[in-house]
Design a protein around this ligand. Structure first.
Ligand code: FES
Length: 165
């Protein structure tokens, strides 16, 4: 995870080159997320101050669009494809299995920071539907059972390590 002063430095660099036009709000949120991996609360306040708009307006936009993450990614970012081919092949069942197993919803990060979960549109390997990714590893032709099994090497032991590291 990026330390608070690093993230505020990164945000300052983004703002340096931008005008204070409120029409920049979405692109500022996108750049912040691209740089930090998510949009911290402090960043929303900084952007609101920069644009001269209420923080609630920034919050409203950040929470309206599901492209924005409000929590940092987990150590093992897990993605379920919900594109047409994967959806038709049962992608929603894979997502439900992972949500149940990880005890988080899509868009959230586990309390220990080990997993984050996200639903995405087509990732370009429809022949393998339904597809999930854990980190950069692709898991093809998933079933709910295979999804549960795939998590095992990434789960933390009591010493905070796992066999996938
Ligand atoms: S729809 Fe899932 S990979 Fe294309």
């Amino acid at each position: 995870m990026i330390a608070r002063d690093q993230s505020s430095q990164a945000l300052s660099q983004i703002l340096e080159s931008r005008s204070r036009d409120r029409g920049n709000l979405i692109s500022l949120l996108q750049e912040t997320q691209a740089k930090l991996g998510y949009i911290p609360r402090e960043a929303m306040q900084t952007i609101a101050d920069f644009l001269g708009i209420p923080r609630v307006e920034v919050w409203g936009v950040a929470t309206f669009y599901n492209q924005f993450r409000l929590t940092p990614l987990g150590k093992h970012h897990t993605v379920v494809c919900m594109g047409t081919a994967c959806h038709l092949a049962g992608g929603n069942l894979i997502l439900e299995a992972l949500e149940r197993e990880l005890d988080i919803k899509a868009g959230e990060t586990s309390a220990d920071g080990n997993f984050s979960l996200e639903r995405v549109a087509c990732i370009g390997c429809c022949m393998l539907a339904p597809v999930a990714l854990i980190g950069d590893r692709i898991y093809p032709r998933m079933t709910p059972f295979k999804a549960e099994e795939a998590l095992i090497p990434y789960r933390q032991n009591s010493d905070g390590k796992n066999t996938a590291d």
